[in-house]
Ligand binder design. Structure first.
Ligand code: MTE
Ligand code: MO
Length: 528
């Protein structure tokens, strides 16, 4: 045998070894997906490992991911996991050429990692959650062992199409093709079953007939929406509403089987409510602006919607709950979602008369799945992570001393009222507006305190009052505009707001961690 042909043979064998590893990984994921569709769709290995990674991501890294990838952060995470699997599959495939058992054991190790991730997720529903990872890894390990066998020099199935050193190329290719086809089939069946599972939830959402509110939202004053090109829509369409959550698979909850439990400290009459029972109550409709604590100064994680739902205080009173100021024993309300997320709100604020709501509808339609169908909570004035539980299924009354919810365990603040902020929507950073009068405009918010004043500063000049659009309510953002007479060249435009208590927002820049970013938003533009 010549040197060249030896090299060619071993190169081909190496490539096929790597291919075995990739196929084993592919088969493992497909089998896992199939099993997950039978257990629970959110127990697939990429989902649980990704979820576990999110759970364990240090706050600064999470902040970086949100800043860098925005709402694509989950996609980036999943692609990262897949890339790692491709790499490791390749390595294990090469290893298995020499050490079949080691290669197969390596695949099994991934099953252990997946199982561990599944069992430690906050929504873990028992040992069955580990099954997809275990079954997938077992299938992957068996396939790698088998395929590597086809490549081994001592393969008893060596035939005429085999390599010069005796392994069976034809046998391998046949086995590899069968693996690829069977895996693709298993994955497709899994996806179809998962899709079918979600059908009940989709049908239950389509069937919702939204009642007329007993207490409609006051009509929006004329002019809340300024007619300025480039300014945010006052009411954010559902499809454009920002989404922030830890769910790699959006929960699809069937409203017909959904229940809300209220229990805990000081709950003298614990109760469970069905979706229909909530719809049958007198509903309130309110305009509430929602903001995420991860929103940077000038950032996009804020949206406004008209919500319809049950006044939360009414339900709590029905269950015997009293705020601490009236002798109630619990000072923290922990909302728990079907995906195991926990959010803690201060009972005093929830029950102080503001429109804390268990919402069933958003801008005239049942909640979109992304935004918490069938029911989510909202407390005006508090950041989302301490109030806005989506896919809620339980409200537990407890104390701040006794329990730390999900984000508090991860170093975010226990209490987080929304900080006063103003944002310049137009002109955009580094815009080059033509000389003349340029309309600077944007939004300002400080939910539950209202916005009293917005000021704009050009470079180091004096603060000048912006024109305010009418205030829709203390729980909504407010638009503003400012006619700027440009002078040619580069300029920094800065904005600041003053809330309804007369407090002007601080210039001090802080990070989003632990309780929301502060500081003034500014943009640099070059006028013609
Ligand atoms: N179940 C669940 N609810 C959740 C979250 C989550 O991760 N899971 N994220 C919270 C956060 S941090 C915010 S800012 C709001 C965002 O709500 P939206 O996605 O509808 O805009 O939901 C809150 N409710
Ligand atoms: Mo958030």
């Amino acid at each position: 045998m010549t040197v060249v042909s030896t090299f060619r043979t071993s190169f081909a064998r190496g490539a096929l070894g790597a291919l075995s590893g990739l196929l084993a990984g592919y088969a493992a994921l497909a089998v896992a997906e199939l099993v997950a569709s039978l257990v629970r769709p959110q127990t697939g290995p990429v989902t649980v490992v990704g979820g576990a990674a999110i759970d364990r991501t240090p706050a600064p890294v999470k902040d970086f991911a949100i800043r860098t990838f925005g709402e694509d952060d989950k996609l980036v995470l999943q692609l990262g996991i897949l890339a790692a699997l491709v790499l490791l599959g390749t390595v294990l495939g090469l290893v298995s050429l020499r050490h079949r058992r080691t290669g197969a054991a390596g695949v099994l190790l991934f099953g252990v990692i997946g199982a561990g991730a599944a069992l430690t997720r906050p929504d873990n529903a028992g040992v069955a959650d580990a099954l997809p990872s275990v079954a997938g890894a077992a299938a992957g390990a068996a396939i790698l062992y088998f395929l590597a066998g086809k490549l081994s020099p001592s393969s008893p199935t060596a035939d005429a199409g085999g390599g010069a050193d005796g392994w069976s190329r034809r046998g391998f290719l046949l086995a590899a093709s069968v693996t690829a086809v069977a895996s693709t089939g298993a994955g497709a069946v899994g996806r179809a079953l998962t899709g079918r599972r979600g059908q009940g939830a989709v049908a239950s959402r389509t069937a919702v007939k939204l009642p007329v509110p007993a207490s409609p939202a006051p009509p929006l004053p004329k002019g809340v929406q300024l007619k300025v090109a480039g300014i945010s829509a006052f009411t954010t369409p559902n499809k454009d509403f920002y989404r922030v959550d830890t769910a790699l698979v959006v929960p699809r909850v069937d409203a017909d089987t959904w229940r809300l439990r209220i229990r805990g400290k000081g709950v003298t009459r614990p109760r469970t409510y069905t979706f229909q029972e909530l719809l049958d109550r007198p509903l309130i409709e309110r305009d509430i602006t929602l903001t995420c604590v991860s929103n940077e100064v000038g950032g996009p994680y804020i949206g406004h919607a008209r919500w319809l739902g049950v006044r939360l205080t009414d339900l709590l009173r029905e269950c015997g709950v009293k705020p601490p100021s009236q002798g109630g024993k619990a000072d923290q309300l922990v909302a728990r979602s079907v995906d195991g997320m926990t959010l803690g709100s201060p009972v005093e604020e929830v029950m102080d008369g503001r429109d804390a709501i268990l919402a069933v509808a958003m801008n005239g339609e049942p909640l979109p799945f992304d935004h918490g169908f069938p029911v989510r909570m909202l407390v005006p004035g508090l950041y989302g992570y301490v109030s806005a539980c989506k896919w809620i299924e339980e409200i537990e009354l407890t104390t701040f001393d006794a329990y730390d919810p999900y984000w508090v365990k991860r170093k975010w603040a226990r209490k987080a009222p929304i900080k006063t902020q103003a944002r310049i929507d137009t002109p955009k950073p580094f815009a080059r507006p033509a000389a003349g009068t340029v309309t600077v405009a944007g939004v300002a918010w400080t939910q539950h305190r209202g916005i009293d004043r917005v000021e704009v500063r050009v470079d180091d000049g004096p603060w000048q009052d912006a024109d305010l659009a009418p205030q829709a309510g203390v729980d909504t953002w407010r638009q503003w505009s400012f006619p700027w007479n440009t002078t040619p060249g580069g300029h920094t435009l800065t904005v600041r707001a003053t809330d309804g208590t007369g407090a002007t927002q601080t210039e001090e820049r802080t990070r989003t961690i632990p309780d929301g970013a502060s500081g003034w938003h500014s943009v640099f533009v070059t006028a013609g």
